[in-house]
Design a protein around this ligand. Structure first.
Ligand SMILES: *Cc1c(COP(=O)(O)O)cnc(C)c1O
Length: 355
């Protein structure tokens, strides 16, 4: 039976991206050697990094003065690298979920942290609006897509101070105005590549402004200067990212990805709102296009396990919600087809008919 992969991360990638990466692991560029056993400094590998950087810049329309970095450590290491490199006295954080909370917690070790707003009062079911940004803070940190709660900041906000965004789970899902951000980062394993890679887009002239000593590996300037080659970068994940960037470009770029994301979300949210058994967890104006969260209505709570079993039997993979929200979560990243969400909708309708 055909399987539809709704995993939240690591998650679905286009089949051709997986096949091309697998092929390079067997024989890289006809060299007779695996991608796993060549030097990252080999003359064959440098073009992989160069093209991946060039495609980042092209697809996201990144202005002059920004560097694209490929690092290790995941988005979670960025939670401390951000304050290490940017927090001199005070930083502002918008708290929209577990990942945002973790980022904020790391910053507290480096200086004063102002929480500009939080949606913790309603279990992060909405994106706070009309919060005040302290003009004297070194930066404002936001999480544009809250993978666990299914909420998203889908526009580039205006910030009077440098804006830093965790875009782990919505990068390359829509056009962004990179000039509004000082830095954008994320783990690649949600919407870009296989696990093991962290991407960073950073404005070069914003670096080097803090007075503390920064360990070499945690200093973004090291990686800017060395083109992500200060130490051995994650070569296979970078290769898979390149294959996916080529795929995104061939499919019409991020504008085309956005259109698809909107179509998928419209189909699935319409069913959640229509179906007598289910209800969405996020407030409507905060709904994510990437992670679509829903639960059974209180009167049908006891059907939880039965629906999961039924959905699994119909080929749905990874629709169990995160333990902090419960219920169900359909992660609809770039590679999820319209057919995939239609199959999930059919499941929900058949289950409704049985009850
Ligand atoms: C998954 C996720 C993270 C954590 O990423 P790691 O690469 O595992 O450290 C951080 N932020 C968001 C928004 C995420 O979805």
């Amino acid at each position: 039976m055909k399987k539809y992969n709704f995993n939240a991360g690591p998650s679905i990638l286009p089949r051709e991206v997986i096949e091309q990466t697998a092929q390079a692991c067997l024989d890289f560029n006809g060299s007779g050697l695996s991608l796993m056993e060549i030097s990252h400094r080999a003359k064959d590998f440098q073009p992989v990094v160069d093209e991946a950087v060039a495609l980042f810049k092209e697809l996201l329309n990144i202005p002059e003065g920004y560097s694209v970095l490929f690092l290790g450590g995941g988005a979670s290491l960025e939670f401390c690298m951000v304050p290490f490199n940017f927090l001199e006295k005070k930083a502002a954080y918008l708290n929209t979920g577990v990942w945002a909370t973790k980022a904020e917690k790391e910053a507290k070790a480096f200086g004063e942290v102002v929480e500009v707003a939080s949606s913790a009062d309603k279990n992060f079911t909405y994106i706070p609006k009309n919060f005040e940004i302290p003009a004297d803070a070194d930066y404002l940190h936001i999480t544009t897509n809250n993978t666990i709660y299914g909420t998203e900041i889908s526009e580039d906000i205006d910030s009077p101070i440098p804006l830093i965004a965790d875009m782990s789970s919505d990068i390359f899902s829509r056009p962004i105005d990179v000039s509004k951000y000082t830095m954008i980062y994320g783990g690649a394993q949600k919407n870009l590549a296989m696990a093991g890679l962290t991407f960073v887009i950073v404005k070069e002239d914003a670096l080097g402004k803090v007075s503390r000593h920064i360990p070499t590996m945690l200093d973004y300037r090291t990686h800017v200067k060395k083109g992500s080659m200060f130490n051995t970068p994650p070569v296979v994940p970078i290769y898979s990212a390149l294959m996916n960037l080529r795929y995104i470009k061939a499919k019409g770029g991020v504008a085309a990805m956005q259109k698809l994301a909107e179509q998928r979300a419209e189909i699935l949210y319409a069913e959640i709102d229509r179906n007598k058994l289910f209800v969405g967890t996020a407030e409507k104006d905060s709904r994510s296009l990437m992670n679509i969260t829903f639960v059974l209505k209180p009167e049908y709570q006891d059907l939880q396990d039965e629906f999961l079993k039924f959905a699994t039997s119909q080929g749905m993979v990874g629709v169990k919600g995160h333990r902090d929200v419960g219920g169900f979560r359909a992660s609809c990243y770039n590679a999820m087809s319209i057919e995939g969400v239609q199959a999930l909708v059919k499941c929900m309708q058949e289950f409704e008919a049985q009850h």
